[in-house]
Design a binder for this molecule. Structure first.
Ligand code: KMH
Ligand code: ZN
Length: 273
């Protein structure tokens, strides 16, 4: 099996300090948490920025500050969000791409998202795909529903997305695909065999889906964006504590960890970014 790539989704756009006091929100806090997660065994950090009031922002300058602070401290792969919050415009969502990060997310369709709608029309998807292709940024394709895999493959057919594609199955969002093992297996069987994939289980689905991914050769995403608890009724003390647990389980199951440079090679990420 390939070495395991762990992504830490540090902040997200929905969680607040009120419900998770350890949530990193300032560039300094996010960079520190990114490097703690890297030291714990994560090779990618998925980043959402916040403004000075702690509200989600897609402003290029804030992402630039985070990216720089991370680079000064560790070698982790910086993967900003182009999903932002449900109320961000596509223009706002694309701002972090102007920094030419090594990777970025690209959501492959529209779905309900709790009480909201996460809007990704074909035009929006194509715009982000073209921009990432032009800038040689490796997309991570966010899949919230089964049909979104077909949307991604349509981008491949149009020459806007290079194979092998790297997918992230985000399972358990209220309003989108549930977080069962059967749902994960259905997703995995539906992608081209050359693809790579990771799974982000939401809430209580995070740990079981992570363990299954480790067992069947996928990769794992954990972090406060997806889940704020260590176990039922007990908040996690940090993103790094969630990474550490995955590392312990992977070791017990005999799955080696990918370093950031090994992850770059496995995912075909350009060097020097
Ligand atoms: N916050 C969600 C509406 C991404 O980062 O690319 C979208 C999201 C996906 O988190
Ligand atoms: Zn995100």
């Amino acid at each position: 099996m390939d070495k395991l790539i762990i992504t830490a989704a540090l902040t997200g756009a929905e969680v607040t300090k009120e419900i998770q006091p350890a949530l990193p929100v300032t560039p300094e806090e996010i960079a520190q948490e990114a490097c703690d997660c890297c030291n714990a065994g994560a090779s990618i950090v998925h980043v959402h920025a916040r403004d000075s009031e702690g509200k989600p922002t897609q402003k290029r300058e804030v992402y630039a500050a985070i990216m720089q602070k991370i680079r000064e401290r560790c070698n982790v792969i910086f993967q900003p969000s182009t999903g932002g919050a449900v109320w961000h415009t596509p223009q706002e969502r694309g701002e972090p791409l102007e920094l030419d990060p090594e990777m970025a997310t690209l959501s492959a369709g529209t779905c309900n998202f709790g009480e909201d709608v996460f809007f990704n029309s074909p035009e929006v998807m194509e715009h982000f795909a073209k921009e990432m292709l032009r800038r040689n940024i490796k997309p991570e394709i966010e899949i919230f529903e089964r049909g979104m895999i077909e949307n991604a493959l349509r981008l491949v057919k149009k020459g806007l997305l290079k194979e092998p594609v790297h997918f992230d199955f985000v399972l358990g969002v209220p309003g989108a695909c549930p977080g069962s093992i059967e749902d994960l297996l259905h997703m995995v069987r539906s992608i081209p065999s050359r693809s790579t994939w990771t799974v982000a289980g939401i809430g209580r689905h995070e740990l079981p889906l992570a363990v299954h991914a480790i067992l069947i050769g996928g990769h794992v995403r954990v972090g406060f964006e997806d889940n704020i608890y260590y176990k039922r009724g007990e908040l996690a003390r940090s993103n790094a504590s969630l990474v550490e647990r995955v590392v312990r389980i992977a070791r017990e199951l005999g799955r080696d960890l990918a370093s950031p440079n090994e992850a770059r090679e496995m995912l075909g990420i350009r060097s020097g970014g």
